[in-house]
Design a protein around this ligand. Sequence first.
Ligand SMILES: NC(=O)c1ccc[n+]([C@@H]2O[C@H](COP(=O)([O-])OP(=O)(O)OC[C@H]3O[C@@H](n4cnc5c(N)ncnc54)[C@H](O)[C@@H]3O)[C@@H](O)[C@H]2O)c1
Ligand SMILES: [Zn+2]
Length: 354
Amino acid sequence: MKRVIVKSSKKYSIIIGKGLLENISDHILPILKGNNVYIITDDIVESLYISQLTKSLQRNNLVVHKYVFPNGEKSKNANNYIDILNDMAQKGISRSDTVIAFGGGVPGDLGGFVAATYLRGIKLIQIPTTLLSAVDSSVGGKTAIDLDKGKNMAGVFYQPDLVICDLSSLNTLSDETLKDGCAEVIKYGILSGDLLFNQLKKPIMKHIESIVYQCVKYKRDIVQKDEHDQDLRQLLNLGHTIGHAIELLSGYKVTHGQAVAKGISVISRISYNLSLCAKHTVDEIDNILTGYGFDLNPMYSPSDLASAIIMDKKRSNDSINLILVEDIGKCIIRKTMMNELEDMIKKAITKVPL
Ligand SMILES: NC(=O)c1ccc[n+]([C@@H]2O[C@H](COP(=O)([O-])OP(=O)(O)OC[C@H]3O[C@@H](n4cnc5c(N)ncnc54)[C@H](O)[C@@H]3O)[C@@H](O)[C@H]2O)c1
Ligand SMILES: [Zn+2]
């Protein structure tokens, strides 16, 4: 078992290990005040794991409530958000009680937003059960729901009081959901350096505890320096500007991880064309991504990708911050004019750097 301490606006622990659900109260009890625990989860996670969680809580005389919604991104919506708040009020959940966001990034983001806003904020425990939520969404305090106009458009920064990552739960993930998480892990490998990057060349589940630990520690270090995403935290968007554009253009048929993998590959070629990195760095990145089974074809024309990027909410004025690669373990944020972007993508896609 490993522990990472985050010292942000809230100080909290992230506990990473196998088989933690069974006796989860050992970790939870020290931070609880009230008797009520309100679990927010989806139907798949409920069917697989909720009994382990509730048994451990009930053994310790806690009153367990749950709100279960259909799995998938569509549930991260305003209707469920309001419905949960009303249900909590109806059940008399008070300011000293606790929300547990249990599952992947969808219960994590929705449950986090509920905890942040119910009675102006109550205790929040994140229990991630997907690889993506373990290394990314459960850490760092971004909470959100989707609006009709786009993903994550309503939300707040709200750090959890505790994160417990039971790696045993990753064993039941579908191949596609695991692969989506692998794209984020590879992103951390490129950002953080050879130690993690080289470890990822071996089968990921063999060293999962060390891998999740390193990803979380990297994110922790960034969040401690830039909790509210003003500058340094943008590094975590490596591959995401183009990835989001691909997701959008595909009508979300291309999953987030698959789109990010394509985005990382394009951005490393852009970096090479700008003479920022060596050809072997581009090759190393492509090799690791294809080794995990990612198809790196960007699928859309440079002009379609550039237009989709312009539509993305993170764009400010006529420039965009691109995350570029200088080497494994060395990425930079560079302000780029929107009118140059299409040309950069065109060169990266059409001119293979050989
Ligand atoms: N807050 C942040 O910083 C942040 C960062 C990255 C992504 N996100 C958000 O995370 C979401 C994506 O996360 P996700 O991929 O975890 O989505 P998800 O929560 O929808 O989980 C994906 C699927 O896996 C299933 N699942 C979860 N745990 C399982 C388990 N242990 N075994 C079997 N099946 C399991 C779920 O039921 C679901 O069908 C998006 O909404 C994204 O916006 C947030
Ligand atoms: Zn991502």
